[in-house]
Design a protein around this ligand. Structure first.
Ligand SMILES: [Zn+2]
Length: 298
């Protein structure tokens, strides 16, 4: 089978998906745009398939460890979402069209970090700056990152330091240690649960769902990161801060909108129509109900 490149002096890096590596290989090869190069070798340039990219790139005689790394960090299309580092992420969590990056990361080592495609990822935990829009002509949908220079660096470490413990550093840690998460939807479930819990804790009680705030994810993460048990304390404080006069008779009166989002075990779920149940959200819902129960019994 024909090799797609004549050089493979650049090698895949930590957190680098196939479309970034492909772009760097092109830059090292010639001055073509990655899009044009893809077209020239018969890859659909506008809606590239990561599996097809991998298939081409893996024809290069690069070390097997590098091949495995590239495979791990390339999101593969699956059932309306992707599988990334062994985790299933829906298109709510992972967006191919997301065009944000951290310029400081790129200045340090120019490659595209795959976690920038995650919707929950707003700040770079390494540089403590918000991600910013990518400055390059806009193409809708999937796009090719472009780099100013090709790095020959070998696998730089990605260090997420301990004192910026935010949801973004948690996400990177999870992805860096595939196989340590309890199940393959855990990351997505954790993010959803953080968002729900944070939105409850960050707002006074209200009837309608409050608008999204990026702080919700951080608040939810802080409440959840040590496990579900600490949720009870946070919810109890919130209930104390949001008393109902003269007295509440139902969970709905205590929680407002959030009562509608509590879930219980998946009995009666339609496996085709309903999303699979989120065990973390089930556990958190039980905690919240228990805290409400303590007040309702008074
Ligand atoms: Zn950064």
């Amino acid at each position: 089978m024909e090799r797609p490149f004549t050089f493979w002096r650049v090698l895949p890096l930590v957190g680098e998906p196939a479309h970034s590596y492909f772009s760097r290989l092109v830059l090292d090869e010639c001055w073509h745009s990655p899009r044009q190069y893809a077209k020239d070798i018969g890859i659909s340039a506008d809606a590239f398939s990561p599996a097809e990219l991998l298939d081409r790139i893996l024809r290069l005689p690069i070390p097997s460890g590098d091949k495995a790394r590239l495979h791990l960090w390339t999101p593969l299309d699956a059932g309306g979402g992707v599988v990334l580092a062994g985790q299933n992420l829906s298109d709510r969590h992972f967006r191919w069209s997301r065009r944000l990056h951290c310029p400081q990361c790129r200045n340090a080592v120019p490659y595209h970090r795959v976690w920038w495609h995650l919707e929950c990822f707003r700040n770079c935990p390494i540089h403590r700056r918000p991600l910013v829009p990518v400055q390059q002509p806009y193409v809708s949908g999937r796009w090719w990152p472009k780099f100013e220079k090709s790095t020959r660096e070998r696998a730089p470490e990605v260090c997420v330091d301990g004192d910026t413990d935010v949801i973004e550093s948690f996400v990177i840690r999870c992805l860096l240690e595939p196989g340590t998460l309890p199940y393959d939807r855990y990351l997505a479930d954790f993010i959803d649960c953080s968002e729900f819990l944070g939105r409850l804790l960050n707002n006074p009680r209200q009837h309608a769902v409050p608008p999204f705030s990026a702080m919700d994810l951080q608040t939810g993460y802080a409440a959840l990161k040590d496990g579900c048990k600490s949720v009870a304390g946070h919810v109890s404080s919130w209930l104390d801060a949001n008393p109902v006069f003269p007295m509440a008779l139902t969970v709905r009166q205590l929680l407002g909108w959030a009562a509608e989002y509590l879930v219980s075990d998946d009995e009666g779920l339609d496996p085709v129509l309903d999303d699979p149940s989120n065990p973390l959200l089930v556990a958190v819902s039980e905690m919240i109900r228990a805290e409400c129960g303590r007040i309702l019994r008074r």
